[in-house]
Write a protein that binds this ligand. Structure first.
Ligand SMILES: Cc1cc2nc3c(=O)[nH]c(=O)nc-3n(C[C@H](O)[C@H](O)[C@H](O)COP(=O)(O)O)c2cc1C
Length: 209
């Protein structure tokens, strides 16, 4: 299967009207890559959302073009392969993913997998994920679920040829106090993944078109 039906017609909206450009090695002007951080936890006190916010703040500080989307605010339906694609939240999500070159998914680990809401997000948006570069920021309860994101990563790779950054962040509750990330090593790892995202989007941009 080549992914679910898209929520919007397959219009590529990769270039915004306020285009920022850089010159490639061959001297050709390239649009600067666009990035997106998506928070997928439904928990108002989510740790993965905190990680996503840290990544966003870091990318903004680096003056990288980056947007934020929290699917908790979109009131997304479950994918029914039918009416769900017309839902306003699903359409907004689809457009945001289409517009991005690189995406960081901040996700909770549930039952040795990424939470169902994050899977539903892919089912709702399908081909919007084609050829995107994706990294993960995972929040879990314990260390034993460390590899839980791999099935999700595989499905993105198999279905949409998504390029997965081979470095992801995995954190347990020990790294947080209230709504604050308190572990400097975790913060550094989030910055590293954000840097990797930009390195991949910048390096592969001219190749993927
Ligand atoms: C339904 C459910 C299933 C969970 N399953 C796991 C699990 O398999 N492994 C794990 O390490 N933590 C598990 N947890 C703990 C969550 O990963 C942890 O609460 C994490 O902080 C969730 O991310 P969030 O804070 O961004 O929502 C589970 C929590 C819930 C509510």
């Amino acid at each position: 299967m080549e992914g679910g039906a898209p929520a919007t017609p397959r219009v590529r909206s990769r270039r915004s009207s306020t285009l920022h450009c850089s010159r490639g090695l061959n001297g050709i002007l390239l649009a600067m890559p666009k990035h997106l951080v998506i928070s997928t936890s439904g928990n108002p006190e989510s740790n993965s959302r905190i990680m996503g916010r840290v990544a966003l703040a870091y990318l903004e500080k680096r003056k990288v073009d980056c947007e934020w989307l929290d699917i908790r605010e979109l009131e997304l339906p479950l994918c029914d392969a039918d009416k769900c694609y017309a839902n306003a939240g699903a359409r907004k999500l689809n457009q945001a993913i289409h517009a991005a070159d690189g995406i960081l998914i901040a996700a909770p680990v549930y039952n040795y997998d990424v939470a169902a809401a994050a899977k539903n997000m892919i089912e709702l948006t399908g081909e919007a994920w084609e050829d995107k570069i994706v990294g993960f920021l995972c929040a879990a309860g314990g260390m034993t679920s460390y590899m839980s994101v791999m099935a999700y990563a595989n499905s993105l790779m198999l279905d949409f040829r998504t390029i997965i950054i081979p470095r992801f962040v995995y954190a347990t509750g020990d790294s947080f106090e209230g709504d604050k990330l308190t572990d400097p090593k975790l913060e550094t790892r989030i910055h590293q993944v954000a840097d990797e995202l930009v390195r991949f989007t910048t390096g592969l941009r001219s190749k993927l078109g």
